[in-house]
Design a protein around this ligand. Structure first.
Ligand code: SF4
Length: 285
């Protein structure tokens, strides 16, 4: 520690994904308009970003209410169609920041449903992206959350099926589920819609903990994907630490580390990661 050899390696794909960056940019632009902008969900699961957005004048609400000059911001992960309809019926202007790749998942599910296929979504039931996919088709999809809870009795009854996947799912987990589905459904079309950015992030977290002496993961304790990064990293390198801000860093962690890997969850703003890197430099000098 404190030697000139200490190197900080920042993950290439750390932080916000393309879809979230784009949604935040749209939010910042519309904040300047004459509309009172409301959101039904946090734009990302990070308290600091939510606060920054609220300071621009965008408000998170629980329910839609009629009013003048109101607009609803649809965040990157999309939204069920009935909610958009309800907003329109309540005179909201719709500002759609759905990630184009999530929009593609909706299109795939809609067209497969038109082919008469039962839609199977691999993803987290309670995540807004999964609700958004389910809420953009007419029939009720089957949602598979993990390899442990595949409802085989229901699966075996499906004659024609189509699989789509939540964009941020774990590649390995999804491949295992798909194997089981293929075995049990004769006519199955599979669209593994985990996005390219998620795949790159997952590859990175498989190698970085092995290439570095310690790993620092930056992100909110509320963020599920930051937790996933932390767990993968920790399983590969015991010297993995999870910080929410620079003040969480401890000098003793950094002892005798020549290479320090830094990455952050998909909901962590770049400036926070940079602040953590700044503090690591101070502590190792
Ligand atoms: S599809 Fe990929 S880029 Fe788009 S919101 Fe999901 S994770 Fe982000």
């Amino acid at each position: 520690m404190g030697t000139r050899r200490t190197k900080i390696n920042l993950a290439k794909h750390a932080g916000f994904c393309f879809g979230v960056k784009r949604a935040i940019k749209i939010a910042q632009e519309v904040a300047k308009s004459r509309y009172k902008i409301e959101m039904l969900h946090e734009i990302v699961h990070n308290e600091k970003v939510v606060k920054d957005i609220e300071e621009l004048g965008l408000k998170k609400v629980k329910r839609l209410r009629k009013g003048k000059n109101k607009a609803l911001l649809i965040q990157a992960h999309g939204m069920p169609r009935n909610i958009i309809k309800k907003a329109k019926d309540s005179d909201y202007k719709i500002i759609d920041a759905t990630c184009p790749m999530v929009y593609e998942i909706h299109k795939t599910a809609i067209s497969m449903e038109k082919e008469g296929r039962k839609i199977i979504i691999i993803g987290d039931k309670n995540h807004i992206e999964v609700k958004g996919i389910a809420g953009n088709i007419k029939s009720r999809p089957l949602i598979v959350e993990s390899g442990k809870d595949i409802p085989l009795n229901k699966i075996k009854k499906i004659q024609k099926g189509a699989v789509v996947v939540q964009s941020t799912q774990n590649v390995q987990k999804v491949e295992n589920i798909i194997k089981v589905l293929k075995k049990n459904i004769r006519d199955l079309k599979v669209f593994n819609t985990i996005c390219a950015i998620t795949r790159k992030k997952q590859r990175e977290i498989q190698t970085m903990p092995l290439d570095n002496d310690i790993m620092i993961i930056v992100g909110s304790k509320k963020s599920a994907n930051t937790k996933r990064l932390y767990e993968i990293s920790r399983s590969l390198n015991k010297r993995t630490y999870w910080v929410e801000s620079p003040k969480d860093l401890k000098k003793e962690w950094l002892k005798e580390a020549s290479n320090i890997g830094v990455t952050s969850g998909a909901s962590t703003p770049d400036y926070l990661t940079q602040n953590v890197i700044g503090r690591i430099k101070e502590l190792t000098n």
